[in-house]
Ligand binder design. Structure first.
Ligand SMILES: NC(=O)C1=CN([C@@H]2O[C@H](COP(=O)(O)OP(=O)(O)OC[C@H]3O[C@@H](n4cnc5c(N)ncnc54)[C@H](O)[C@@H]3O)[C@@H](O)[C@H]2O)[C@@H](O)CC1
Length: 542
């Protein structure tokens, strides 16, 4: 008997919290033990799947639906959901992959009157006929690539999907093939149009692998507190969270309370990097930029392009600075000055080449601290990890044991793992830049920010981001100092998330000149920098 359907609306939270499958399973355990599982949590899960399926079918009657049913509870959720859809008049077929026959018995008992169980061999040719496929092969119990006949069948479905011959796909809890503990995806795996996820968001949601899940709808199944005691693996801030992180000046503010950003960026080889990073910092509202020009030519260029800049030529240690940023566009000669940023009492952002300096520094057995921030992209992170493995083997062993140095592909496959590894190894805050940017605080939170625009993939983009990040951090540190408050370990990371977010917003706005009707289009770095005042003003005004 199918209980009466109750639709549980998705839970809307401000900050999106993302967990590993193990955390979710541990959090669910007491509820499963306390409740009549099939009759409570699972029925709510089935309600949610059926409601989202109906929504995807956009009111279509008599739709043809294919259920893919695996051996565990993910399959059972799908059987109960199929029964609800069959009761609504849809034609429901099921393919069952379950050697234990547990779910075969369940579908015979609970699958609903009209549900037909098909032999997988006979459905190959008919795939094009289904309006909706519900992927209930594996959920949080999955490990590795989908094995056996289910894996083969998924391969056939995926090929049909690539040929445009498959209808809509709804994944139950998580697309099959996704490893929710490591955040990796094993092929074959269907790209879902939508995923109905239960209790908490699962790890791949905050990385570029979320493309496999489509639109993710979270249902808490009536136990919203289940994960309260667990520290999320990833956090995704929302617009309001970002707004609250901005330090807004008042009538008592002066340039020093607004923060002084010391910048050691650019070189004669890459003068543009200096101009762009400084311009971005100035447009982010910092009190002052002190620029460490290492040549007369660069100084002249800087004054011509960014007259607000104050330059210095002496030792960085003698400068009054709130936060440092360096490394972007530094060449071999100018990079030497960046070494100071490893020792400075002030926080420092170490971009590009300066990341290599950090790896060398660790060879001396030293840790950097959360106020030192590395901002590599995947190729730079690979190099950083390789150098640490080579020069600081004891540190590597202590934190990562026998793990081998990842390739760039490994980092793309498991960005969460490797950004956390870099942070734990170095003790620094690490921002791994990419389509999704992850920012890890040592022993703490990791933030994820989805890319604002793929058009940001241009030379100069990273230099601009360094300027924004440095400027925001200088403002934050100065404001905390003025209030006599100490920055938390993870604030360096959350300000990094804000920087990435504003960078993305400015890129979106750069195509049309207005954030109001932002469209995606080219986002050259200087133009992105010039959109920042408007983007920030609009965020504050909301
Ligand atoms: N725990 C809860 O509170 C709730 C859980 N629910 C569902 O329960 C699911 C978890 O159920 P299970 O623990 O039974 O796990 P799954 O249904 O994800 O799968 C477990 C089964 O798959 C097999 N398996 C694992 N990896 C495989 C692979 N690579 N290839 C082939 N077979 C593989 C395992 O041997 C095991 O038999 C969740 O994803 C969710 O859909 C829902 O009922 C809602 C409530």
């Amino acid at each position: 008997m199918t209980p009466k359907a109750r639709t549980v609306p998705p839970k809307e939270t401000a900050m999106k919290l993302i967990y590993t499958a193990s955390q979710v399973r541990e959090a669910e355990k007491p509820y499963i033990e306390a409740a009549d599982y099939d009759g409570y949590l699972m029925q709510r899960a089935a309600d949610a799947v059926a409601a989202e399926a109906q929504d995807l079918l956009r009111g279509k009657d008599n739709a043809k639906i294919l259920l893919l049913i695996g051996p565990g509870n993910n399959g059972a959720d799908t059987i109960y959901a199929g029964a609800r859809l069959s009761a609504k008049g849809h034609r429901v077929d099921a393919v069952i992959f379950d050697s234990s026959e547990k779910n075969l018995e369940l579908i015979a008992r609970e699958g609903g009157e009209g549900t037909r169980v098909l032999d997988p061999e006979h459905t190959h040719e008919q795939l094009a006929g289904y309006d909706l496929t519900i992927d209930g092969i594996l959920g949080t119990g999955s490990s590795g690539a989908v094995r056996g006949s289910a894996g083969e069948y998924l391969g056939v479905l995926r090929a049909a999907q690539l040929d445009g011959k498959l209808g809509a796909v709804l994944a139950v809890d998580t697309p099959s093939g996704v490893d929710n503990n490591r955040g990796t995806v094993h092929e074959p795996s269907l790209r879902a149009d939508r995923t109905v996820t239960f209790i908490g968001h699962k790890l791949p949601a905050g990385t570029s692998h979320s493309v496999h899940s489509g639109d993710i709808k979270l249902y808490d199944l009536g136990v919203p507190e289940a994960l309260d005691a667990h520290k999320p693996a990833l956090r995704v801030l929302d617009r309001e969270d970002y707004r609250e992180l901005i330090e807004i000046p008042d009538e008592h503010s002066h340039k020093y309370t607004r923060g002084v950003l010391g910048m050691l960026t650019g070189s004669l080889e890459y003068p543009g990097a200096a101009l762009m990073s400084v311009r971005a910092a100035l447009n982010t509202g910092v009190g002052m930029v002190r620029f460490g020009a290492n040549s007369h030519e660069l100084r002249q260029l800087m004054i011509a392009h960014n007259p607000e800049t104050v330059y210095f030529s002496g030792a960085p240690a003698l400068q009054r600075v709130t936060v440092w940023a360096g490394g972007s566009g530094s060449s071999y000669d100018s990079l030497d000055k960046n070494r100071y940023l490893l020792h400075s009492p002030e926080p420092a952002i170490l971009d590009a080449g300066a990341c290599d300096l950090a790896a060398e520094y660790m060879a001396t057995g030293k840790h950097l601290g959360s106020h030192k921030i590395l901002t590599p992209h995947a190729a730079e992170l690979e190099r950083f990890l390789r150098v640490v493995h080579e020069l600081a083997p004891e540190t590597w062993k202590k934190h990562l044991g026998e793990a081998i140095v990842p390739s760039r592909k490994d980092i793309d496959a498991e960005p969460f793992r490797w950004v956390r590894a870099a942070s734990e190894l170095s003790g620094a805050t690490v921002m791994l830049k990419g389509g999704y940017t992850l920012i890890a605080a040592p022993n703490g939170a990791t933030y994820s920010v989805a890319g604002g625009s793929p058009w940001l993939a241009t030379a100069g983009s990273g230099d601009t981001l360094t300027g924004i990040y440095g400027a925001l951090l200088a403002q934050t540190v100065a404001a905390f100092d003025a209030r006599g408050e100490a920055l938390e370990n993870c604030t360096y990371a959350s300000i990094g998330a804000l920087a990435v977010y504003l960078h993305g917003e400015a890129a979106r706005a750069s195509a049309t000149g207005s954030v109001k009707d932002a469209l995606l289009g080219p986002a050259p770095a200087t133009r992105v920098a010039d959109m920042l005042p408007e983007v920030i003003a609009r965020l504050i005004a909301e």
